[in-house]
Ligand binder design. Structure first.
Ligand SMILES: O=P(O)(O)OC[C@H]1O[C@H](O[C@H]2O[C@H](CO)[C@@H](O)[C@H](O)[C@H]2O)[C@H](O)[C@@H](O)[C@@H]1O
Length: 250
């Protein structure tokens, strides 16, 4: 059964948790291939201004990657990067664990494997990703390799769309539960938007705290309560929230 589209929540009582790839920007063939349109930049700046401290990007990307792609558009917006293993908030600044020796050893094994097997290797602050979007027949072997390396080095292996990552632990539900305690978000309803399996923890956490999860994908089994078709539908919904936030009160 399909899920209904989400209503427009009251921006004064809501915090927004936004996945990046597949939710704010369309998926691309390569990690570096995504496009941040000027319209998305303007929308994020409006949300940061009208809901100060109550908008967060919660992504598998690192904070450094999001900074490189979004730059000044992130003013007033909190970030949970690396699937929640690092965060940057107005309250705390940038909280980030150190890279560990096991992580360095795992990365040193994964990069040559990717190069030798036609995979895109993505180096990240707190992990590394093997991408098989260009050749999905590589999936089974890449997943087996990454899971074995992660287990041997005591790291986390996590799957996403056409990729597997080896990284320090973190999940988007824990990230939401930490961010919602910030001064600006405390007492608000968390709404979490995402397209991938890693977003399911965010949907569950949002709903357990009285908010909602919104799947951005075709209908599938999900913990989310609402669904939007695609990235343009997300931009449209967020624009309506920003408009509501600037409506004169009666
Ligand atoms: O949590 P997210 O913000 O959705 O980040 C999850 C991963 O997104 C990126 O990979 C995905 O997008 C790529 C570009 O569109 C695409 O080529 C790939 O197939 C997708 O899995 C990113 O590269 C990863 O580091 C993120 O963990």
């Amino acid at each position: 059964m399909d899920l209904p589209p989400p209503p427009i929540p009251d921006p004064a009582r809501t915090s927004l948790f936004l996945d990046f790839d597949g939710t704010l920007v369309d998926l691309a063939a390569t990690p570096d291939g995504v496009t941040v349109s000027p319209e998305l930049g303007t929308l994020l700046r409006r949300l940061g201004e009208t809901m100060p401290g109550r908008v967060a990007i919660v992504s598998g990307r690192s904070v450094a990657q999001l900074d490189a792609m979004l730059g000044d558009h992130l003013t007033g917006i909190a970030i949970a990067g690396s699937h929640g293993a690092e965060r940057r908030t107005p309250d705390e600044g940038h909280v980030q664990p150190d890279r560990t020796a096991p992580l360095e050893r795992a990365v040193a094994e994964l990069q040559p494997y990717a190069d030798a097997n036609g995979l895109i290797f993505e180096a990240k602050t707190l992990g590394a990703t093997l991408h098989y979007r260009a050749d999905p027949s590589r999936e089974e072997a890449a997943v087996a390799m990454a899971e074995e390396v992660a287990a041997r080095h005591g790291l986390h292996a996590g799957r996403g769309k056409m990729m597997i990552e080896v990284r320090l632990p973190g999940d988007k539900g824990s990230a939401l539960r930490t961010l919602i305690d910030s001064a600006a978000m405390k007492g608000t309803e968390p709404w979490f938007l995402g397209d991938d399996v890693t977003d399911e923890d965010g949907f569950a956490a949002a709903q357990a705290l009285g908010g909602a999860g919104i799947l951005v994908d075709p209908p599938r089994t999900t913990k989310a309560r609402y669904r939007l078709d695609d990235v343009p539908a997300v931009h449209d919904w967020l624009t309506k929230i920003a408009n509501r936030a600037t409506e004169p009160t009666a």
